[in-house]
Design a protein around this ligand. Structure first.
Ligand code: 5AD
Length: 345
């Protein structure tokens, strides 16, 4: 019988036990080589040599939730809270546009200050000023009605990682108040409303088993999101998981191949300096991702405060410098940093 990764390459219609077997291949160098090769091949069919960037605007770190792993959880009294004003958000967009970003991502904690009315106003303002840009929201769980209003105001995409598809595992990472069923339902609502939807999970989060990861992949297959964000769990010093360590990063490769067609709107953890060989870029390329890292068109003190996990890269750098060096790195490996929206195809 052929090795599991060859079977997967031939027909990725896998069930949970197949995925368990596949994930275990992360230790096998030949499996990893084949899966990387295949990931690159498939990515190039859809996106050629293009690399898209996303202008991430982390506009508030106030959050009503208390996810045990997250640095901006409500009960972290050490977090220095901030929120950008509407004018500051618009200034981010202006700067970002100049730099060549054609997607803006409004990402924040679940902050009651930003009511639906306020969000709708900001969405409209951004879309009016930059009609050819895509606008992505990453602002957590809302009602169908709220999502509908944001969509009608002009939002194109929505990022909401499911975090884990397994009920028992979900309970170990989140307080009683939160619910996996609600989370999944939000994702289906977003799909119904015609957003390009991004789901995903952390790899190596506390108590996560290989079976849990396999369930995540089954869930992603069922949901069929346009984007998938998968990043390593990185302990944050002010959480109960401060002393935990993540999982080996070889797994990244397996996940990159599992979803052949995501316009992965990668968040910064996927290229964090805490990866063990310290060379995030090399791995990104090897893992066959279709996009490069986000860069925030906002250079200020606040960037440091939006700390979901420790050792975030590029926290103080100017977005302009960031994009410049990104462009050079991308070109050095035969790819092209483009000034485009980069929609899912
Ligand atoms: N390590 C890695 N990723 C984290 N996130 C939150 N906390 C951490 C952490 N400690 C991720 C979650 C969330 C996204 C915005 O950031 O997956 O959905």
């Amino acid at each position: 019988m052929k090795p599991v990764y060859e079977r997967f390459i031939e027909n990725p219609d896998f069930t949970k036990p197949d995925f368990v077997e596949l994930i275990k291949c992360a230790e096998d160098p030949e499996a990893v080589r084949r899966l990387k090769e295949e990931a690159v091949r498939i990515r190039e069919i859809y996106y050629g040599k293009k690399v898209f960037t996303r202008g991430l605007i982390e506009y508030t770190n106030y959050c009503k939730n208390d996810c045990y792993y997250c640095g901006i959880r409500k009960s972290n009294t050490n977090a220095k809270r901030y929120r950008l004003t509407e004018d500051e958000i618009m200034a981010c967009c202006e700067n970002g546009y100049e730099l060549g970003f054609r997607t803006f991502v409004l990402q924040g904690g679940e902050d009651a200050y930003y009511t639906d009315d306020r969000m709708v106003a900001i969405i409209k303002k951004i879309k009016e000023a930059y009609p050819e840009c895509a606008l992505t929201l990453s602002i957590g769980e809302k009602s169908y009605e709220s999502y509908k209003r944001f969509r009608e105001a002009g939002a194109d995409r929505y990022l909401l990682r499911h975090e884990t598809a397994n009920e028992e595992h979900y309970r170990k990472l989140h307080p009683e108040k939160m619910s996996l069923a609600v989370r999944k339902n939000c994702l289906y609502d977003l799909k119904k409303l015609g957003y390009q939807v991004g789901a995903g999970m952390m790899v190596g989060s506390p108590y996560q088993t290989t079976e849990d990861l396999a369930e995540d992949l089954v869930f992603l297959k069922e949901l069929q999101p346009e984007m998938v964000g998968i990043g390593p769990f990185i302990p944050h010093h002010d959480t109960q998981f401060a002393k935990r360590t993540g999982r080996k990063c070889g797994d990244d490769t397996v996940f990159a191949r599992c979803d052949p067609n995501p316009a992965a709107e990668g968040t910064s953890s996927g290229n964090d300096s805490t990866w063990d060989d310290g060379s995030a870029w090399k791995r990104e390329r090897a893992a066959g991702r279709s996009q490069c890292r986000d860069a925030e068109p906002f250079s200020g003190e606040n960037r440091k405060q939006y700390e979901l996990y420790d050792n975030k890269i590029c926290t103080g750098e100017e977005a302009a410098e960031c994009r410049g060096c990104m462009g050079r790195r991308v070109a050095s490996v035969g790819y092209e940093l483009v000034t485009e929206r980069g929609d899912a195809v």
